[in-house]
Design a protein around this ligand. Sequence first.
Ligand SMILES: C[S@@+](CC[C@H](N)C(=O)[O-])C[C@H]1O[C@@H](n2cnc3c(N)ncnc32)[C@H](O)[C@@H]1O
Length: 321
Amino acid sequence: MEKIALQQGFAKDVLDGLTAEKKYLSSKYFYNDRGSKIFRDIMRMPEYYLTDCELEIFKTHKDAMLKAFTENATRFELLELGAGDGLKTKILLKHFLSKAIDFKYAPIDISEEAVKTLINDLEKELPAVKTEGLVGDYFNLISNIGMNGYTKKVILFLGSNIGNFDEPTALHFLKQLRSAMNPQDQLLIGFDLKKDPQLILNAYNDPHGHTAAFNLNLLQRINDELHADFNLTNFAHREEYNPETGTARSFLVSLKKQQVTINETETTIRFEKDEKIFMEMSQKYDMQMINNLATRSGFEVENNFFDSREYFVNSLWERRS
Ligand SMILES: C[S@@+](CC[C@H](N)C(=O)[O-])C[C@H]1O[C@@H](n2cnc3c(N)ncnc32)[C@H](O)[C@@H]1O
C-alpha cells in the first residue's frame, strides 16, 4: 500500500472554519479511523437507502457495465476515488473475475484505516484481484493518476460522494479529472436523486444516532489532535433539507453559549446558544442537473443505470472531444 503524504492542513482548515462568520468544518476530516468505522455503521442502516440502491444497481447492471467498460479495450484499470470499504465495488470485482477479465483495482482513500481494511478483506475474499491501494487526498492525486501498464482507466466515484461538493467545487473536481483522462477512459459517478424529502431527512436524522456520532467525532478529533476542549454533550446534530434546491445540510448546533480553546493554535472560539457549525452538504440531483454538470465539465453522458425505485443513478461518462 502506497501512502501519499496527507496535507498538513488540518489545524489551518479547522481554524479558518471556526473563525469564519458562519462557522464550518471540512467534511473530508470526518474520516479518521473512528470516523471510517462509524461511516460503515451508517452505510448499513436501513434508513441510509443509498447503499441498498447502489448495491441493487450493481447487481442488476453488472453485465451492462462490463460491456460498456470493455467496448474499446480488453483490459483496464479500475480506479476508485474514496473507496471506503468497497462493499458495492466487490460485486463488480467478483463479476469481472468470473468473466476472466484482465483488470487491476486501485482504491484511493484519505483514510488509511479504510484502505488497509479493504485490502485485507480483498486478500481474504477475492485473492485473485490484482489490487494496489493508495492513501491520500484525491484532490491532490487526480492530476497524476497513473496507468500502471493499463491503457484504459475506469474511474469510480460512488456513494454520491460528489454530492458532498458545492457546485463550483464539483465542477473544478470534474474538470481536473477530465484532464487526467484519455479519450477511451470512463467515469462512473453515483448520484443520489431528489425524492420524498422525509426519506432524505430520515437517512441523515437516523434514530440510531450514527450520523450524530459521525459529526461529533470530528469535534473529538479536534480535541485529540489539536488539544482542544470541546464538550461533545454541548453540541447536537441537526439536518436540514431544501427540496427546491435538493441540498441537504448537516450541522452541529451549540446547545448553550460557550467557549472552546484550541491549544495547538492558541485560539479561543466563542459560540452563541443555537449557533451552528456547517459540517457537510449532501446534494440530491435530477437528471437535468446531472446532464448540466457533465456538459459544463467537458463530459458526455454515455449511459445511466438506475435502481428499480429510481432513487439513485450511476451515470457513466466519457470525455467530450
Ligand atoms: C461517503 S464515503 C463513500 C465510500 C464509498 N465510495 C461508498 O460509496 O460506499 C466517502 C469516502 O471517501 C473518502 N474521502 C473523503 N474525502 C476524501 C478525499 N478528499 N480524498 C480521498 N478520500 C476521501 C472517505 O474516507 C470515505 O471512505
